[in-house]
Design a protein around this ligand. Sequence first.
Ligand code: AMP
Ligand code: MN
Ligand code: MN
Length: 325
Amino acid sequence: MHADHYSDLIAALQRANSIILLSHIRPDGDAYGSTLGLGLSLIAQGKQVRIFNRDGLNNLYHFLPRAELIEKTPEQLPPADLIVALDTSTEDRLGLADSLKPAVGVPIDWNVDHHVSNTLYGKNQFIDPSQPATASIITDLIAEARWPLTAEIAASLYVGIMTDTGSFRYRGTSPRTFDQASLLVSKGADPAELAKHCYQSISLPRFKLMQHALAGLQFEFDGALAHTTLTVKDFTELGALPEDTEGIVEAGLTVSGTELSAFFELKPNDGLKVSLRSKGRINVSELAQEFGGGGHPGAAGIGFKTNGTASRELVLARLRKEFTK
Ligand code: AMP
Ligand code: MN
Ligand code: MN
């Protein structure tokens, strides 16, 4: 890493007094962890920071320090010197109201992300697909800039890295990742405590949803392809929330010999969300992009606003082709 790698982004943040941080819809630990980590470090320098997400704070991440700083994105963004999008591969996934869409003039000043499929929207970009989490990028940036790194900031960033690397198991986890984790733990992030919050604190409805999804898991091609589907009815009957699907698609990959796991979530009005995971041979980011989605080689997703039921069949047929060619 060159010494001046982060200098333009650091200078832009340094110059600004009021800063808005945005992250993607259906936020995960990295969306929350990277925005909160950067936000708290900027607040510690006396800056005015607002952290917005279309979905606000979900139930899974209430334990994050200062989580109350995460607000639902308003219809109109308040004035700010700088708007930064984090962990968000396409501007669509910022979930901004139509009136705020960049085409209508919302200026994303910096697009900071680690998705290889990032569409390079915004005025400036800092995209590093060699990092397994946006929180990894922010950890390096804060270290490089010698900005405040309190225990609260360290915990936020650690959660982003831990969740996006599947607890340091996925490809993309490198010596640098452990250096970052080491720094964050030395600054006060507590691995056992944060892991307990992320992996041993789920609600009963979420567990029942997982149970139901696992019971419906289907294996094809001698187990190489695993897939399961949940419907709107499943969620209402079990009392589960949209964020309760975390971990389902990964469960499909736990069987020896499974190469690709797909999770289909049928939404109201025949929408569909597809989650794809690969153990390595198949690049699911490329598959997802064929249907307008994106992500990483090992973890990707697709969203369909309409025709969900039919699209599920189309995607399944495409996935099967990977095993018949
Ligand atoms: P998920 O399956 O929702 O956990 O998403 C896995 C990865 O794919 C994440 O890195 C997402 O950012 C990305 N992803 C998910 N859905 C989409 C989508 N509709 N468009 C682009 N990227 C997506
Ligand atoms: Mn994310
Ligand atoms: Mn991420």
